[in-house]
Design a protein around this ligand. Structure first.
Ligand SMILES: [Zn+2]
Length: 338
């Protein structure tokens, strides 16, 4: 028995005014033929040595017992269900409408009723798959207010983008797993948040930043920081391609959430012109990392694509690397910028 509160009040056990303790006891109960252990909350009268449940305790203890049962049976708890609803910021009533369940179903699940396995699986899928939620939302459109419908749709779309970005990040990390803790990434493991910030910082400070220039300025920044501080910024691994250094997985990298570019047409071809996110402020990059980026911006920011490719071709690191091979950071001391 753990005492969590002591209060002078009317004791409902002995009906006298005295110090009543609120206590927590470990309980064992049988629910749906399963023995469940949970923490019950009671008022304790030390004069009569009795535990008493008031109405609030009764509700709390019933929920605690059912949540313990849910955990034991690997079902979502009432808090889990609430969190799923929060993803879409949808009311209990509207959530039940979207799922085509009885109007009070979600309210019951969040309060006193344990959901069955079939409903549990549906809730799990709603949490994992915002596109599926969107399909059900579309089906229920006429039963919701337009304002609510629009809000839920927006939230589901945001969630979908976030989930897609998680998948993309995972796929880039999987690609980089083989480089983990090797010298090839310049003494740091891949940090995608920093990669996104580097791209934004470069785009914010370089007027016309197209793909080729972005790849080169990323490489210069990483190698320059490695030269100065003994470690790269991003953990990206760069390969020697005809136009210069290109990070492994660059096509996926530029699709990461937070990287912005416009596709511009030049005759038959298109080029990606990078621009910073609105009101971009670096949060992950350190002072020395910003300093390296600033040096690279002042040295290469005004160059056109041909000029920066030419500069890259003159770097010892580039000359000493075989075509398509990884450019080693060990050539950093020979970099043209210091
Ligand atoms: Zn009492």
């Amino acid at each position: 028995m753990i005492i969590i509160k002591t209060e002078n009040k009317l004791c409902l056990s002995c009906m006298e005014l005295h110090e009543v303790q609120t206590v927590i006891c470990r309980e064992l109960e049988l629910f749906k033929n399963e023995e469940v252990s949970f923490e019950g909350q009671y008022e304790y009268c030390d004069r009569r040595d009795t535990l008493l449940e008031d109405d609030e305790n009764i509700n709390l203890n019933s929920l605690a017992m059912k949540n313990a049962y849910r955990k034991k049976m690997d079902l979502l708890t009432s808090d889990d269900i609430m969190s799923i609803r929060k993803i879409y910021d949808i009311s209990q009533k509207d959530f039940a409408i979207v799922l085509d369940w009885g109007q009070a179903t979600i309210t019951r699940y969040e309060n006193y009723q344990v959901q069955d396995r079939a409903h549990n699986d549906i809730l799990l899928r709603v949490a994992k798959d915002p596109r599926w939620f969107l399909e059900m939302l579309e089906r229920a459109k006429d039963k919701l207010s337009l304002k609510s419908y629009n809000k839920y749709r927006q939230n589901a779309n945001d969630e979908f983008i976030e989930k897609a970005n998680e998948l993309l990040s995972d796929s880039i990390r999987a690609r980089y797993a083989k480089y983990q803790d090797s010298d090839l990434c310049g003494g740091v493991n891949l940090d995608l948040e920093k990669v996104v910030e580097m791209i934004n910082y470069l785009a914010q400070n370089i007027d016309s930043l197209y793909t080729v220039k972005l790849m080169k300025t990323l490489w210069y920044s990483d190698v320059l920081h490695y030269r100065r501080e003994g470690r790269a910024i991003s953990g990206l691994v760069y390969r020697k391609l005809p136009m210069g250094a290109v990070p492994d997985g660059y096509k996926q990298i530029i699709d990461l959430d937070g990287v912005r570019y416009d596709e511009e047409n030049f005759g038959d071809s298109t080029a990606n012109r990078f621009r910073p996110s609105e009101e971009f402020v670096p949060r992950q990059l350190s002072e020395t990392e910003i300093a390296a980026l600033d040096t690279v911006i002042s040295n290469f920011g005004c160059m056109n694509t041909n000029e920066i490719v030419h500069a890259m071709h003159n770097e010892e690191a580039y000359k000493l690397t075989e075509e398509k091979e990884i450019i080693s950071y060990k050539h950093a001391d020979k970099l043209s910028v210091t």
